[in-house]
Design a protein around this ligand. Structure first.
Ligand code: CU
Ligand code: CU
Length: 288
């Protein structure tokens, strides 16, 4: 029987408390920081050599699907009633709407140093010291909406633009492609500045602070964001049932993406599963 991932705005007060408490318990045990470390380790951009599994590649979606599931399994070992909620940023678009409430993730960072001073993950509350992937500040930071140079969250129509593309991904399978659902959702665009950030990337930018860069897992909103992206992959699959993860076969030796991206039936490090096996997890969880 599949369990349910809910819209964060629909969680009851008790569900909110249990989700937050399970996160704090993983942090206390040191398990949470292992997730931060793993994401830092797999933050390989396409300008570097080597296999790209998590970002700037077709496996962006299955990699993060598996990553969210791993966190969810850890949360459910703490409290078996907990699932990862999703944040619909096309609807909850302000700096005071969910998930930025005191009973969930707390609010914006303060003006002077972006430090989050409210909610369960504030430095002052004493349970959320950043340990991985940070150089100076060990407190959580946010700059919601980027006060000094404002940007907006992606709109429903921008998300729909990604969902409407029937092709999963196209060669050269990296951050430069202008077609395909994967990069329209991941959001590497042309040009410079905020106009070049779409959907997934734009949300990381909008939150700012710790959500920028490889250590973005330090802000627990990471999971709510990626659960919503995972839901979009499922929506895309249902809208285009004749289309699947690409590439079906890994690029060959003559291809400059040889050994750089994961084919449908290749294992997706560090997991033991292939994109093919991760395309349908509806036996494990579903979205409400
Ligand atoms: Cu990521
Ligand atoms: Cu992300």
């Amino acid at each position: 029987m599949a369990y349910v991932r809910k819209d964060v705005g629909t969680l009851t007060p008790s569900e909110r408390r249990r989700f937050v408490n399970a996160l704090l318990e993983l942090k206390r045990r040191g398990e949470y920081d292992e997730f931060v470390r793993m994401h830092v380790d797999f933050y390989t951009p396409d300008g570097e050599t080597g296999l790209r599994t998590a970002h700037m590649s077709p496996s962006f979606l299955p990699w993060h699907r598996r990553f969210v599931l791993e966190l969810e399994r850890a949360l459910r070992r703490v409290d078996s009633s907990v699932t990862v909620p999703y944040w619909d940023w096309t609807r909850d678009r302000t700096t005071t709407s969910v998930p930025w409430t005191l009973d969930l993730l707390g609010g914006n960072g303060r003006r002077s140093d972006r430090r989050v001073t409210t909610g369960p993950f504030s430095y002052g509350a004493g349970h959320w010291t950043l340990k991985e992937g940070v150089t100076d500040a060990t407190y959580l930071t946010r700059d919601l909406g980027r006060a000094a140079d404002p940007i907006q969250l992606p709109t429903r129509s921008e998300l729909q633009w990604a969902l409407d593309d029937p092709v999963y991904d196209v060669r050269p399978w990296d951050s430069t492609v202008t077609r395909g659902f994967r990069n329209k959702l991941e959001g590497w665009g042309r040009g410079s500045g905020s106009a070049s950030w779409h959907n997934h990337n734009r949300v990381h930018r909008w939150v700012g602070g710790a959500m920028l860069g490889g250590a973005s897992v330090n802000d627990p909103v990471f999971w709510l964001h990626h659960a919503f992206l995972d839901l979009q992959w499922q929506r895309w699959q249902r809208a285009h049932p004749e289309h699947r993860y690409l590439p079906a076969e890994p690029p060959g030796p003559a291809d400059d993406q040889y050994h750089r991206v994961v084919g449908r039936h290749e294992k997706l490090p560090p997991w033991d599963e292939t994109p093919d096996q991760l395309e349908d997890l509806s036996g494990i969880y579903r979205y409400a």
